[in-house]
Design a protein around this ligand. Structure first.
Ligand SMILES: [Zn+2]
Length: 504
């Protein structure tokens, strides 16, 4: 693991340009926040307080007095406890297949989440008396703004017809002069990153979310997929948001090599497979083993984001999402364990930075927004085939696409063996070519799934650094931003309405 010492040494105040002086015409007009950090509902109250001038205090500069200089949140989208265990068992199998499963002990196989000082659990339900199970937008809005909303909304309150934006923890950090970053393997406009730095009544408004990112410029480092929402040839309004971002001072990159060359304090990186830059980044197994890609790994993106953001003397807030865990949960793809293990390496990279004695005090946590798939380790037998899971060399999505191009069962058998190591029986081949490949593979590995969508379970949380004990318990998803604001010493009030323009 590379030391982060060099990164902290790069903090050179002589080239400290004030990137935050760039303010767009659409920037919301509110400034600051009133009151202490409390869980009390104050919807609308802060706006009134701001209007009459009482108690209003402009935030900004380095006036905050929290216990941490920086905060980093890692979100494996859709990861419940089985996902964490799955990553651990995959690692245990790799490290010692002879000893497996007897090496699944704290001494035998450790994950990076085990390094966290505090372990807790988080609630996930949305603000809806008739709905127990959340979507990513409502879940993330609760985490980013401290207030709950209906499923599908991005960082606001009310209804789809009467939507009022509320301030996010990232915006509070930005207003306090901190650097901010959003890193993901999904489209950068996808629900989880979007809720930290945009406000729309419907998560499907990707083009508007991209416009808000670029025009508001509240996020210094934006790395993920989904170039199409920035591309003038693909946007409905024909706006060139990439050129617009460059005018705002962003360095634009779209390959792993270009990411390595980043030397700016503001970066927009939009990555994808060489054949398709218009959607999410590739799954880990496709990036790693299929090979026609120039995308960076999530660990590389994390390191570059930390290196870039740590140049800010006022500290930084960074959210990193392993976003495609959720997609593999929806698809019932056993490669989800590879994706989750990559996320664990990301959290390890974060903890290496946190524990480096030369870096400033940094709070770090990993917590999902909800569980997806009802994933379980075991289906109908008392054992699982971890050799088969370890041997996966492509996503189910890749296999399904590839099968369309193959003729006859022999070619399909060859494809499956090459990408999974499994020799399918004639009956299995018939099922696989008949659209049942997912069931065939899960029957082999004995991984179980109870749902095609999200589930209601509470999700595991891991916290490290100053005030980590705040999360070492069962907590509500609205408490994530409250706890981070507290540790950073930010002025932040959950559910604070803001005057913010968005285009329908
Ligand atoms: Zn989600």
């Amino acid at each position: 693991m590379e030391s982060f010492t060099r990164m902290s040494d790069t903090s050179d105040s002589s080239d400290k340009t004030d990137d935050r002086s760039i303010v767009s015409a659409n920037r919301r007009t509110f400034m600051g926040a009133v009151g202490a950090i409390t869980g009390a509902s104050a919807l609308g109250g802060s706006a009134l307080a701001n209007d009459d001038g009482s108690e209003t205090e402009l935030s900004g500069g380095d006036s905050r007095s929290g216990d941490a200089h920086n905060a980093i949140v890692v979100i494996p989208d859709g990861a419940g406890q089985a996902h964490i265990s799955g990553a651990r068992y995959l690692k245990a199998w790799r490290e010692d297949p002879e000893e497996f499963p007897l090496n699944i002990t704290p001494d035998g196989t450790s994950l990076n989440v085990d390094r966290a000082e505090q372990i807790g659990g988080m609630s996930t339900q949305p603000d809806d008396p008739d709905q127990l199970i959340t979507d990513s937008a409502a879940a993330g809005t609760a985490m980013a703004t401290g207030t709950k909303i209906y499923s599908g909304a991005i960082s606001g309150i009310g209804t789809e017809e009467n939507f009022t934006p509320v301030r996010t923890i990232l915006e509070a950090a930005h207003d306090a002069g901190m650097a901010t970053g959003l890193v993901t393997t999904t489209e950068i406009t996808h629900a989880t990153p979007a809720k930290f730095a945009s406000h729309v009544p419907d998560r499907g408004m990707g083009e508007e979310i991209a416009r808000q990112y670029v025009e508001n410029a509240t996020v210094d480092v934006l790395l993920g997929g989904g170039k199409h929402h920035f591309d003038p040839e693909e946007r409905e309004d024909g706006e060139d948001l990439i050129a617009c971002a460059q005018e705002q001072g962003y360095q634009y990159v779209e390959t792993d090599d270009e990411l390595d060359s980043v030397d700016s304090r503001k970066v927009l990186g939009l990555f994808g497979s060489e054949t398709d830059r218009s959607t999410h980044m590739s799954y880990y197994v496709d990036r790693e083993y299929v090979g026609d890609t120039d995308e960076p790994d999530l660990v590389d993106m994390t390191e570059m984001a930390i290196e870039t953001l740590s140049k800010c003397d006022n500290g930084f807030f960074l959210m990193i999402e392993s976003g495609r865990v959720d997609h593999q949960g929806h698809a019932h793809d056993n490669a989800i364990t590879h994706e989750q293990l990559e996320c664990d390496e990301v959290f390890g990279t974060v903890l290496d930075y946190v524990e480096d004695p030369s870096t400033p005090e940094t709070f770090a946590m990993q917590v999902a927004d909800h569980e997806t798939g009802g994933m379980s380790l075991g289906a109908d037998a008392y054992d699982m085939d971890w050799e088969a899971i370890d041997n996966i060399r492509a996503s189910l999505e890749y296999l399904d696409d590839a099968m369309d191009d193959y003729q006859g069962t022999d070619e399909v058998a060859e494809l499956i063996e090459k990408r999974t190591g499994l020799e399918l029986s004639y009956g299995e081949l018939m099922d696989a070519t008949g659209g049942q490949l997912t069931d065939v593979l899960n029957a082999r590995t004995q991984m179980g799934w109870s749902s095609d969508s999200h589930t209601a379970e509470e999700v595991p949380a891991y916290a490290h650094g100053p005030n980590a004990e705040f999360f070492g318990r069962y907590f509500d998803n609205t408490e994530v931003s409250v706890g981070i604001a507290d540790v950073l010493g930010l002025e932040f009030e959950p559910g604070q309405e803001i005057d913010y323009e968005y285009q329908e």
